[in-house]
Design a protein around this ligand. Structure first.
Ligand code: PLP
Length: 396
């Protein structure tokens, strides 16, 4: 018996049934493949440029000032107050920092704590696909039965009848992500109105991941689902400082929900983690108070990179879908004659020197467009994007 099959047997013996149900994250795997092959990493969504000095200095200061012990489980008062102020300033939403906010270890933990707090075994959770890779496994791990609704290219809009048909009295929650990873879709008012109407009709919770709220282009406005009539009580908003402040490694996110739902989320969060990094919460509180010019510059910064990538990828022959938000581009692989996105992504990483994510990792098994796309991430310095484009020219 060779070493690999021995390892596989040991895993089968000791791994739980749940652990055995999933393959590892393809996004994170592509990052490791990129490192192994010295490929330029346009796979995983993290910036390759420094975070602002101001936020880094605030973190260093917080450590030196000894904010080094456990914070209150659901977040430091200063960060919860900053989140409340931010929501009032940006969206005129009133949130009670004492009862409605749970600071988490990234929005990733926020999503798991939320699902653990709200889902009973067998409850159906509606998830749009393509989806951010974690949602399916998160829902299943928390005992839910995912019900997938297709976002149709090129706009990545849902079909009203398909969405309506997905709701039933078994539906407990719907997960929304706007601006959306991987598609760049930003849900418009009409689409959100229908989601809200169905949530109210079927008494369903809306779990909305809005971590790309400030990375949005072409004068399009982000609409928080919680601002729609009748939605404040049933909406659970998940956010994070990872993308807005280019600190994906800090692992600071937060969940906003009604006081009653927050009580359960806080319990789950406590048992999962005890709390998020205390000094980084102090720094995050300062970041949330950055002036509006910071956010305007951020959107402009990424908009230039989006336009560059769209132009250059099209010149190479990619059929790209123009994102309205977030920092990813979905590109149809058909022009290159590859039938399978995973093989093409491996070829790009190993032979061309550019790592991307095969689109199939954003779809469940029997989805129509499963093997049609690869995803480029453009939250990188221009020098990195230019070097990647130079390598991709080989495909011409
Ligand atoms: N949600 C979406 C839609 C994402 O794209 C990502 C990361 O790429 C996350 C959540 C994870 O964010 P965090 O760093 O806050 O855990």
């Amino acid at each position: 018996m060779n070493q690999n099959s021995q390892q596989a047997q040991t895993l089968r013996k000791y791994a739980s049934e749940k652990a055995g149900r999933f393959t590892e994250s393809v996004i994170r795997e592509m990052s490791r493949i990129a490192a192994a092959h010295k490929a330029i990493n346009l796979a995983q969504g993290f910036p390759d440029f420094p975070a602002s000095d101001q936020i880094k200095e605030a973190a260093v200061k917080a450590i030196l000032e000894d904010h080094n012990q456990y914070a209150i489980t659901w977040g430091t008062k200063s960060l919860r107050d900053a989140i409340t102020l931010k929501n009032k300033r940006d969206y005129n939403i009133d949130i009670d920092p004492e009862t409605q906010i749970t600071v988490c270890c990234g929005s990733t933990e926020g999503m798991v704590a939320t699902l653990l707090a709200t889902i009973n075994p067998g409850d159906e959770v509606i998830i749009f696909q393509p989806f951010y890779e974690n949602y399916g496994p998160d829902a299943v791990l928390c005992g839910a039965s995912p019900k997938y609704v297709q976002l149709h290219p090129p706009e990545f809009s849902f079909n009203k009848e398909e969405l309506t048909a997905a709701f039933s009295n078994r539906t407990r929650a719907i997960i929304i992500n706007t601006p959306n990873n991987p598609t760049g879709k930003v849900f418009n008012r009409e689409e959100l109105d229908l989601i809200a109407k169905l949530c109210i009709q079927y008494d369903v919770l809306a779990i909305t991941d809005e971590i790309y709220e400030h990375i949005i282009y072409d004068e399009i406005k982000h609409i928080p689902l919680a601002t729609l009539p009748g939605m404040a009580e049933r909406t659970i908003t998940i956010n994070s400082i990872s993308k807005t402040y280019s600190v994906t490694g800090w692992r600071i996110g937060y969940v906003i929900a009604s006081g009653e739902i927050s009580r359960s989320i806080r319990k789950m969060h406590d048992f999962l983690t005890v709390g998020a990094a205390a000094p980084l919460q102090v720094a995050a509180a300062q970041a949330l108070n950055f002036p509006t010019t910071y956010y305007e510059k951020l959107a402009d910064f990424y908009s230039k990179r989006r336009d560059f990538m769209l132009k250059e990828l099209a010149a190479i022959g990619f059929n790209c879908i123009r994102p309205a938000g977030a920092y990813y581009i979905m590109a149809d692989i058909a022009p290159f004659g590859w039938k399978n996105d995973v093989d093409f992504a491996r070829h790009l990483a190993e032979k061309v020197g550019v790592a991307v994510v095969p689109g199939s990792s954003f779809y469940q098994d029997d989805a129509n467009d499963k093997h049609r796309f690869i995803r480029f991430c453009f939250c990188k310095q221009f020098a990195t994007l230019e070097a990647a484009i130079e390598r991709l020219q080989k495909l011409k």
